[in-house]
Design a protein around this ligand. Structure first.
Ligand SMILES: [Fe+2]
Length: 309
C-alpha cells in the first residue's frame, strides 16, 4: 500500500496484474491530482523580426511565429490552436505549400506568383487572400520576389494527431479573394450604416462551403478590420485567440492586457484568449488589419465569452 496520504501528491496508479498489453496500457489518476497541471498562459506578443526575415528573401521557405517554448507546447504554435507564418518565395523558385491542417488562410504581402492547388490554378497579386485546403498538394511559383502571411490550424490537428480529410469530405475548398474584389466588397460595407452593436467597419471572409456558419473554415474566422482616422475600437474580450497582421496604421497601436503594442508594417500581433484588448488609430489615414481567430471553435462549443468593458 502507498504511504502517501494526500491524494493530490499521489503518483500515477498502474494496473495490478495486467492480462495483456491493452490492460497494461491503462493508467489511473484521482480527483486531487488529475486536474492540477498548470499550463503557462498564452503570451501577448508582437512579432517584428519574423516579417523582417521573410522580407530579406534570403531563401524560399517559411518563417514561423513560434511561441511553443513559452506555452510549453510540443509542436510549433502561435496560439494553442493556430500557427502564423510568413512565407518567402524568391523569383523563379517554387514553394511547396501543402500543409497538414484543415486549412490555411493566406494574404499576399508583395510580389506576383502562380498558384496550383490540385488541378486548379490561379494568378496571385499583392493584397490577394486565398484559402488552401490542408493535405491537397499545392505549389506557389514566384514570378517576382514574393512574401506571404498565413495562419493555419496545424496545432489543432497536431494536438490530437489527426489528419485533414481531402476530396468529398474536405471541410474547405480552395478559394481565391482577389485584392480588387476585396476593396470593392469593403466599399459596400462602408456604404452601409454601422450599427451600435458593431465595432467599426469590417469585412468578414466566408466561402461557399462555410456560408451557413459565416466563417471561412469550421474553426477559424478571417476579418479585414478598419479604423477611421483618430478612432479606436472599444475594449473587449473573447475566449478565442486572435492573430492580427498589421496592414496600415500610421501610427496605430493595440492595448493587450494593459500592455501597449505599437504597430509596425506587416507585424503579427497575438491577442491571448480572454485578454482585454482594444485597437487604436492615432493617424490621419484609415488603419487596416487582418484578424484570424479560432472563433468558430468557441462559437460551436458555446463558449465564445464575448464582452465589451
Ligand atoms: Fe477582439
Amino acid at each position: 500500500m502507498s504511504t502517501v496520504n494526500d491524494m493530490a501528491e499521489m503518483p500515477v496508479q498502474l494496473p495490478r496484474d495486467p492480462a495483456n498489453a491493452a490492460e497494461a496500457r491503462s493508467r489511473y489518476f484521482n480527483s486531487g491530482n488529475a486536474f492540477n497541471i498548470k499550463l503557462p498562459p498564452v503570451p501577448g506578443k508582437i512579432f517584428t523580426e519574423e516579417p523582417a526575415r521573410a522580407f530579406a528573401l534570403d531563401r524560399t521557405g517559411f518563417v514561423n511565429c513560434d511561441l511553443s517554448d513559452q506555452m510549453r507546447c510540443p509542436f510549433p504554435a502561435t496560439t494553442p490552436l493556430m500557427l502564423a507564418r510568413y512565407a518567402a518565395v524568391k523569383a523563379g523558385e517554387t514553394l511547396d505549400s501543402t500543409l497538414t491542417n484543415t486549412a490555411s488562410i493566406w494574404y499576399m504581402i508583395k510580389g506576383k506568383a502562380d498558384l496550383a492547388v490540385g488541378e486548379e490554378k490561379a494568378v496571385l497579386g499583392k493584397g490577394d487572400v486565398f484559402l488552401l485546403p490542408g493535405g491537397v498538394p499545392s505549389q506557389i511559383t514566384a514570378g517576382e520576389d514574393s512574401v506571404f502571411w498565413l495562419v493555419g490550424n496545424d496545432p489543432q490537428l497536431k494536438f490530437d494527431a489527426s489528419a485533414p480529410l481531402t476530396g468529398e469530405g474536405a471541410a474547405v475548398s480552395f478559394v481565391h479573394y482577389p485584392a480588387d474584389e476585396i476593396a470593392h466588397q469593403l466599399d459596400v460595407v462602408y456604404a452601409s450604416n454601422a450599427n451600435a452593436s458593431t465595432s467599426g467597419h469590417a469585412l468578414i471572409f466566408s466561402a461557399e462551403k462555410t456560408e451557413p456558419s459565416r466563417n471561412i473554415t469550421p474553426t477559424m474566422t478571417l476579418s479585414l478590420n478598419t479604423l477611421k482616422p483618430q478612432s479606436s475600437q472599444p475594449p473587449h474580450k473573447h475566449n478565442s485567440a486572435a492573430i492580427t497582421l498589421v496592414l496600415n496604421g500610421d501610427p496605430a497601436y493595440s492595448m493587450v492586457a494593459d500592455a501597449k503594442c505599437d504597430w509596425s508594417p506587416w507585424a503579427t500581433l497575438v491577442t491571448p484568449p480572454a485578454a482585454r484588448h482594444s485597437h487604436h488609430n492615432d493617424g490621419n489615414t484609415r488603419a487596416e488589419f487582418l484578424i484570424v481567430q479560432d472563433g468558430g471553435f468557441y462559437y460551436h462549443a458555446r463558449t465564445m465569452g464575448f464582452e465589451f468593458y
